[in-house]
Design a protein around this ligand. Structure first.
Ligand code: MHF
Ligand SMILES: O=c1ccn([C@H]2C[C@H](O)[C@@H](COP(=O)(O)O)O2)c(=O)[nH]1
Length: 276
C-alpha cells in the first residue's frame, strides 16, 4: 500500500470531517458558469514523505506523471511562463493572448540576482550552494515576489522550496499557500519529489524527506462527492521510479529520463471541474 495514498486519505478525511466551509464569505475563485467556487478547508497541513522509502505518487487514481514532470521542467529548467513551452493544456485558462501567464513561476526563477560570488538566478544559486556549501542553511527559492504580483494572472501557489542537507541526505520543504486537494495535491507532491531526486542525483546526495507545508488545504464544493468516492478505494503498492543515472547536469534532464515501473492505480475521474 502506497504511503502517499495513506497520507492523502488521512488529509481528505480530516478536511471533510473538521474543515471549515467558506459559505457566507467572499471568495475569489469561480466555476466556469460564474458560480462562486466555495471550499471546505483546513489551515496548516503538514505532510512528510520519506523519498528514500518510496516515490510518493497516488495510486487511488492516476497522476499524469509525464505532464507533472513537464510542468516542473517548464518552471525550474526552462524558466518559462509561456504556455508555448509547456506540452499540456493545464495553464490555458490563465494565459493571455500571447500565451503568457505573466511574471509568475518560471519568470521569477529566471531573474538574476547579485551575490558575493557573482550573479545567479535562483535555480543556479541552489545548484551552486548544494555543490559548494551544502551545509548552508540559506538554500531557499522564493517565487512570491510582491513587486510583480500585479503582472500575474494567478499568484504562485507552491511558492517556495527550502533545501537542507543533513548528513548525506537532501531534504526539502515545499511551502504552498493554497492547495486544490483533488486537482493538484498529488500533482504538486510528485513534481517536487522529482525535483529533489534530480538535485540529489546531480550533487551525489542521498534522498531525504520532502515536507509539504500547506497553509490553506481545500476541497472545492463540486469535488466533495468525487473525493468521498476516491478515498473509499483500495490503494496499490507504490511504483518504482527509475531515473537515467547518466544525467549529472540538472539542465540535461528530459522527460524520457524518468520511468515509472509497475504503476498500478485506480480508474481516472474524468472531466474534473477546475475552479478559475
Ligand atoms: N483551481 C485550480 N486548481 C489547480 O490545481 C490549479 C489552478 N486552479 N490554476 C493553475 C494551476 C493549473 N494546475 C492544474 C490544472 C489542471 C490539472 C489537471 O487537469 N489535471 C488532470 C490531468 C491533466 C492531464 O492529464 O494532462 C488530473 O486528472 O489530475 C492539473 C493541474 C494546477 N493549478
Ligand atoms: O500548483 C498549483 C497551482 C494552483 N493550485 C490551486 C490552489 C487554489 O485552488 C487555486 C488558486 O487560487 P487562489 O485564490 O489564488 O488561492 O489554484 C494548486 O493547488 N497548485
Amino acid at each position: 500500500m502506497s504511503k502517499a495514498d495513506n497520507i492523502f486519505i488521512a488529509m481528505c478525511k480530516d478536511i471533510l470531517k473538521k474543515g471549515i466551509s467558506s459559505e457566507g464569505q467572499i471568495v475569489r475563485a469561480k466555476w466556469e458558469d460564474g458560480t462562486p467556487a466555495h471550499t471546505i478547508k483546513k489551515f496548516a497541513i503538514i505532510n512528510r514523505y520519506n523519498l528514500s522509502e518510496e516515490f510518493p505518487i497516488l495510486t487511488l487514481r492516476p497522476t499524469n506523471f509525464k505532464a507533472a514532470i513537464d510542468e516542473i521542467l517548464w518552471i525550474w529548467q526552462k524558466k518559462s511562463s509561456n504556455i508555448k513551452d509547456l506540452n499540456s493544456r493545464i495553464w490555458d485558462s490563465w494565459a493571455n493572448e500571447d500565451g503568457s501567464i505573466g511574471k509568475a513561476y518560471g519568470y521569477q526563477l529566471g531573474i538574476r540576482h547579485e551575490y558575493p560570488e557573482g550573479e545567479f538566478d535562483q535555480v543556479d544559486r541552489v545548484l551552486y550552494d548544494l555543490k559548494h556549501n551544502p551545509y548552508s542553511r540559506r538554500i531557499i527559492v522564493n517565487m512570491y515576489n510582491h513587486n510583480d504580483l500585479h503582472e500575474m494572472n494567478l499568484y504562485p501557489c507552491a511558492y517556495s522550496m527550502t533545501f537542507n542537507v543533513t548528513g548525506k541526505k537532501l531534504n526539502a520543504i515545499l511551502n504552498q499557500r493554497s492547495q486544490d486537494v483533488l486537482v493538484a495535491n498529488n500533482w504538486n507532491v510528485t513534481q517536487y519529489a522529482i525535483l529533489v531526486h534530480m538535485f540529489a542525483q546531480v550533487n551525489n546526495l542521498e534522498l531525504g524527506e520532502l515536507v509539504h507545508v500547506i497553509a490553506d488545504a481545500h476541497i472545492y464544493d463540486r469535488h466533495i462527492p468525487l473525493i468521498s468516492e476516491l478515498i473509499k478505494r483500495t490503494p496499490f503498492p507504490a511504483p518504482k521510479l527509475l531515473i537515467n543515472q547518466e544525467k549529472k547536469d540538472f539542465y540535461d534532464f528530459k522527460l524520457e529520463d524518468f520511468v515509472l515501473e509497475n504503476y498500478r492505480c485506480g480508474v481516472q475521474i474524468n472531466n474534473i471541474p477546475v475552479a478559475l
